[in-house]
Design a protein around this ligand. Structure first.
Ligand code: GLU
Length: 511
């Protein structure tokens, strides 16, 4: 029987969550949802030196904004609670000792000074220091000390760590769902610390494996930076006798800089003007990092963009809702090589979602923006305006500049546009148009279009000629949206007022 899919996103709360981390969470989530599995959020906070207050809340708020729902986690609870490693402290020592017992790990009492001396000795001989089989027998470890000595040292309060006894020369054979079969020789690997008496905490490797086992994780989907740890993780599963239930692994490709050279960093974002974090983050130092949310991105657009950074559907389709992603996603279609981040593409995605956004939602944003400027308009009018400007906007913050002319008649007329569009015929045509508009009772888009369309056709006036001149009178520059829509929003009185003002101000051009 296939085992139940259970995946986890296991961030360390060391600062703002990079968008690469959000993508990892997203892929885990898509995979779990598609297979009717569980998505678990586990907070890996065993490294107290790197702990940043507020980072955990930031992670949860980010996932929530993205629409990634957690089945089991710190807030949600679940059958394997607690889900914060610092609250699981008591669990890990037992497992570390189990490995010492079975000969897969050992106590090490060496002090930093001792290690420095040994390092200096080796370097003097032109060798590099690596804590492994070559040195472990020479150091104060339980491999050399007698059981009594070990107990004595522990009893007198010496600090100790438990290290994994890495095999000397073995090829570890591993399988990765994205990279395929991978082999690595253990000779280059060191004896990683698994547990420290100083803070009575496990290190990442031990806590991660033990928790994945206890939480019945079926698939580990994580960033490529963890691939070098995979041999150790395989060996830990073997040492514990948990090979049967070892999860399957998938290591995701890196997110690359827009140039394609190197990992996408916060510095790239600062330099090129885009966020690398989902939400704005204020570090304890006071440093502020911008976020996609605060920059005006829709969570759906952000998620859609991230999903396609590393995964491709194998078709031309680019716009995917979360449900469509859940259906289409597969680890087989995740690439092996890094995915290049493109700020332009991020804009493009947001524009696509903007164009199809619900007018009611946009009208809320818009009326709030207007209220800040002391402007109140009717709901129905706000709905009509956003229906137009959303087609020309990428971010909500553009709404004002795309519509400010509706609230302020032109104080001047753009020189270039006047030269170009205020043709010798224009004063006459606009004069006639004015008379025509004066006679229209029902000042709606549809009616304006009908009446003006018939007039243009009947008089054989060039469409461009009327529209450009008309726009100049109403907006003062070649901006805005559809003429009929604009005038319908402005209303008859204001439209006529602007036409009169333009006719009085714009020059009578000689033919
Ligand atoms: N705590 C690790 C991190 O911050 C988790 C790595 C893993 O998923 O195994 O990325």
């Amino acid at each position: 029987m296939d085992r139940k899919v259970r995946v986890r996103f296991a961030p360390s709360p060391t600062g703002a969550l990079h968008i690469g981390g959000v993508r990892t969470a997203l892929y885990n989530y898509l995979f779990a949802r598609q297979r009717g599995g569980d998505f678990i959020l586990r907070i890996e906070d065993t490294d107290s030196t790197r702990y940043v207050p507020g980072a955990e809340e930031y992670i949860m708020e980010s996932l929530e904004w993205c629409g990634i729902k957690i089945d089991e986690g710190v807030r949600e609870g679940g059958p394997h609670a607690p889900y914060r490693q610092s609250e699981r402290k008591e669990i890990y020592l037992k497992y570390a000792l189990q490995l010492v017992e079975s000969g897969n790990a050992y106590y090490a009492f060496d002090t930093p000074e001792e290690l420095n001396t040994l390092r200096a000795e080796l370097e003097a001989k032109g060798e590099t220091f690596c804590y492994n089989h070559a040195v472990r027998e020479q150091l104060a470890t339980s491999l050399r000390l007698s059981a009594e000595e070990v107990e004595e040292r522990k009893a007198r309060g010496d600090q100790w760590v438990i290290r994994f006894k890495m095999l000397e020369n073995e090829v570890v054979k591993m399988d990765d769902l994205i990279r395929g079969h991978v082999e690595m020789n253990t000779s280059t690997l060191d004896d990683k610390v698994l547990y420290k008496s100083a803070d009575q905490l496990p290190t990442y490797h031990l806590a991660n494996i033990v928790d994945d086992h206890l939480m019945e994780i079926s698939h580990v989907i994580r960033g490529e930076e963890w691939l070098p740890s995979l041999p150790l993780h395989y060996l830990l599963y073997r040492a514990f006798g948990w090979e049967e239930s070892r999860p399957e692994f998938a290591h995701l490709p890196l997110l690359l800089k827009p140039t394609g050279q190197g990992k996408l960093s916060k510095r790239d974002g600062d330099k090129l003007g885009f966020p690398v974090f989902p939400l704005r983050f204020v570090a304890p130092s006071g440093e502020v990092s911008r976020g996609y949310r605060e920059d005006g991105y829709f969570p759906e657009a952000f998620i859609n963009m991230l999903a396609l950074l590393g995964w491709n559907p194998g078709t031309e389709q680019e716009i995917f809702s979360m449900d469509e992603l859940i259906e289409a996603f597969s680890l087989e279609r995740v690439g092996k090589s890094g995915a290049r981040f493109s700020p332009d593409k991020a804009h493009w995605f947001n524009a696509q979602y903007m164009h199809t956004r619900d007018n009611e939602e946009l009208a809320d944003i818009y009326t709030a923006q207007l209220a800040e400027r002391g402007i109140n308009i009717e709901r129905e009018k706000a709905l009509r305006i956003v229906a137009q400007i959303k087609m020309r906007a990428t971010f909500p913050e553009e709404f004002w500049s795309l519509s400010s002319f509706l609230f302020k008649a032109p104080a001047a007329y753009d020189e270039k546009a006047t030269k170009k569009y205020w043709k010798p015929d224009a004063p006459r045509i606009i004069g006639e148009l004015k008379t025509l508009l004066e006679g229209i009772e029902e000042f709606t888009t549809e009616n304006l279009e009908k009446v003006c369309g018939e007039w243009i056709a009947a008089n054989q006036i060039g469409m461009g000629l009327v529209m450009n001149a008309w726009r100049l009178c109403i907006v003062g520059e070649p901006k805005g949206f559809g003429m009929y829509d604009m005038c319908a929003v402005l209303g008859k009185e204001e439209t006529l007022r602007r036409l009169n003002a333009a006719l009085a101000t714009l020059p009578q051009v000689e033919a």
